[in-house]
Design a binder for this molecule. Sequence first.
Ligand code: AMP
Length: 424
Amino acid sequence: MTNQQPHKSKSKKPKSNKNIGVGKWSIDQFKVEPQEGKMRFHDLDLPLSLMRGIHQLGFEYCSPIQAQALPHTLDGYDIIGKAQTGTGKTAAFLINVITDLMENPLEKQFDSEPRSLILAPTRELALQIGEDSKGLNKFTGLTTATLVGGMDYDKQLKQVEGKVDILVATPGRLIDFMRRKSIFLDQVEILVIDEADRMMDMGFIPDVKTIERATPFKNERQTLLFSATFSQDIINLSERWTNDPVKIEIEPEIKTSDAVEQKIYLVSAEEKYPLLRHVLEEDEIERVMIFANRRDLVRDLSERLKKDGFDCALLSGDVPQQKRLKTLERFKSGQVKFLVATDVAGRGIHVDGVSHVVNFTLPEDAEDYVHRIGRTGRAGAKGKSVSFACEDDSFQIPALEEYIGNKLDLEEPPSEWLTDSNNA
Ligand code: AMP
């Protein structure tokens, strides 16, 4: 490390909270053999109650981003990380936040003044981070509150009326809370900005700037910023918000992973729906996510599938938040096998056992393609991605191939797959 200065609150204080909430549990119950080239959570001197949470989640070794980021962040350095979802970045920043808060207990903590703030662009992602935080914090005694738009304000207010250790929020809803003086950010010790590029795409940067200004100065807090891409605008913002950051870059796993078999069928626009039915009927589908580029398209598609007897659910920005959560639960629990979604709604959704991803339309952004197909082939399972390319999509294939660094398997499906028996 060079001349960088770690954040001052990281000077080691007595670790008085380290053994909170572990009961009779001991680290002997969490045995992981040292392995060449791999970092264990045991090597990081984390609080025991956090280790118990990590153990319960079934993690053994640090993922690459955790192994790269944690030694720096635990020492108090800011980081900017180039990493996508699926790399374990959520746990990477949460483990740092939790360790820091536990190692530096406050004598007096005020209500509605969170000690750490995690900003995420979409409700789904924020809720997922909130859930991950609750999982890791199961034995630590730290509290997590999640503020997202589209959900009951008063219920969320209750979450932040008392002590808040970790606040996860989307920018718009957080600003509502700040304006109504229901939350105060001047005690934030750690600020995490997740998916900064998506924040920019969604027009949230002015809100994020307002929020950042309400937290302590950057040399009085620790800042972690993540983005899947680094345009000049993002570089400028990260320079503004972080203090001599350590830079970390993780290649998306999917680029090198062969857990997902990818196929593109070349068809006409009219042939897409019959082909979809064929795929859904013929392939061994455990659970499938069907992506299309626009809200109206996913709505039409889900209506058509329902009419044809496929019990499918819909996830898009049009659907009220409460309903989206219920939908996601139904999909996670296996009550519905077919889920039709837009990119924004489908991003950051972690459901194991998604055997297939269908791209009814190819995304305009190659990165979205990687995100989409990353919904399958998770947790060591094999997955299959099937994309339909008509005249309107095909021109994007070369850019996709360049982005993923591989040639894609293009095929013309047999004509008998393309007749819509119901409409014939
Ligand atoms: P993320 O990139 O944060 O969206 O995480 C992707 C998935 O990886 C989540 O389901 C996590 O629970 C899981 N995960 C994170 N860290 C680890 C780890 N060290 N070992 C195993 N799974 C992990």
